[in-house]
Design a protein. Structure first.
Length: 148
């Protein structure tokens, strides 16, 4: 139980650190669900690590444990009841892989989120990797042709 709680807390920490890259705000439902799980896993971790094994159901620590679980449920209800924030279109370069997949999905008849395309100033990371791999393959093929 402790290791699962530690894993959940690490995932929550990862979410908090990468919220900007994922374009999530604190008011987002995904963050609220993760916050509820984080509170619940912290509760489980603390009570599993520091409390005695035999605890009566009417002890004040058991009531605090249950109150924390109710608080995490209240967080989930509050985040699900809040109106969702207005989504802004995502700015992607014209040569982005995600943009190409969106065009393929549109051609197949799927409707979804629209991506606003910007000029190819900043390239996508995978596109840069693809270019490097293509250059290496080209050099290797030219080297092998000269050996023949």
């Amino acid at each position: 139980m402790r290791s699962v709680s530690v894993l959940e807390l690490c995932l929550l920490a990862f979410l908090c650190l990468s919220m900007n890259a994922l374009r999530l705000s604190i008011r987002d439902v995904a963050f609220g669900i993760a916050l509820g799980f984080g509170l619940m896993s912290t509760n489980d971790f603390v009570f599993a690590a520091f409390l005695p094994k035999a605890l009566s159901m009417t002890a004040s620590l058991q009531i605090a444990y249950e109150a924390t679980i109710l608080a995490s449920l209240a967080i989930w209800v509050a985040y699900c009841a809040m109106p969702e924030a207005v989504r802004k279109p995502l700015m992607m370069p014209a040569n982005s892989t995600i943009y190409r997949w969106n065009e393929i999905a549109s051609a197949l008849g799927h409707t979804g989120t629209q991506i606003a395309v910007q000029q190819p100033a900043n390239s996508f990371f995978l596109t840069d990797v693809e270019k490097v791999v293509e250059k290496v393959l080209t050099r290797n093929l030219k080297g092998r042709e000269s050996e023949l």
